[in-house]
Design a protein around this ligand. Structure first.
Ligand SMILES: N[C@@H](CCC(=O)N[C@@H](CS)C(=O)NCC(=O)O)C(=O)O
Length: 206
């Protein structure tokens, strides 16, 4: 198996964490969509020009991080899954995970809008609107944030914890001022502990 995409991409980082959590052997090719040579290779595996991509054999390359994760966990018992599909916690999981995905989408879009466009093509009002939406949603995670060392679904690690770790570190790099302007004592305390988790430490963007 080969994973394409770099850790600065929150979606790629999540897929890498899931592969590592389950001890699934794979090669990781750290390709950046912003680099022209890398992009050519990315386009060879995914004509959409996006990462992550998981090549699972000569013919098949999966795209869309959630679908990749569902594929990786398809034969696992529910207790072993980071993406639970049965059981009491499923609705809570889907509620949180969907919103965490939305924060990633909005923050990545705001980053592209304010930093990746030529200066004369930037639209600050739109970036501001995107920032306000992820900020409002992150504020809700502050309210439901567990104590340091605990997980969002209780005693068991799930994809929501990985989502939040990836989000907090991505925001600290790509939307630093906006993140710093928020009052998030519970999330920062939780994150201080989560930052020591091996999955987080081993996939940090450099
Ligand atoms: N919904 C996709 C989002 C993937 C995505 O937006 N990846 C970004 C990197 S963070 C990308 O490849 N952007 C390049 C582009 O949109 O041209 C997923 O979950 O995999």
């Amino acid at each position: 198996m080969q994973l394409f995409g770099r850790f600065l991409s929150p979606y790629t980082r999540l897929v890498s964490m899931v592969l590592n959590h389950h001890g699934i052997e794979h090669e990781h090719h750290q390709l950046a969509v912003a680099n022209d040579a890398d992009r050519e290779e990315i386009l060879r595996h995914n004509s959409l020009g996006r990462v992550p991509i998981l090549r699972i054999n000569e013919q098949d390359a999966l795209v869309e991080s959630d679908l990749i994760i569902l594929h990786l966990e398809q034969n696992l018992a529910d207790e072993a899954r980071l993406f639970p599909r049965d059981g009491r916690e499923t609705i809570s999981f889907l509620t949180h995970h969907g919103r965490a995905r939305g924060i990633m989408d909005r923050a990545v879009a705001a980053f592209y809008e304010s930093s990746r466009r030529p200066e004369d093509k930037r639209w600050p009002e739109h970036a501001e609107k995107l920032d306000l939406t992820w900020q409002a949603t992150l504020g809700k995670f502050e309210q439901s944030c567990p104590a340091p060392g605990q997980y969002f679904l209780g005693g068991k690690l799930s994809l929501i914890d990985l989502d939040m770790a990836v989000i907090m570190e991505f925001l600290a790099i790509a939307r630093a001022k906006k993140l710093a302007s928020m009052d998030l004592p519970k999330l920062h305390a939780w994150m201080e502990n989560m930052a020591q988790h091996q999955l987080v430490k081993n996939t940090r963007p450099n």
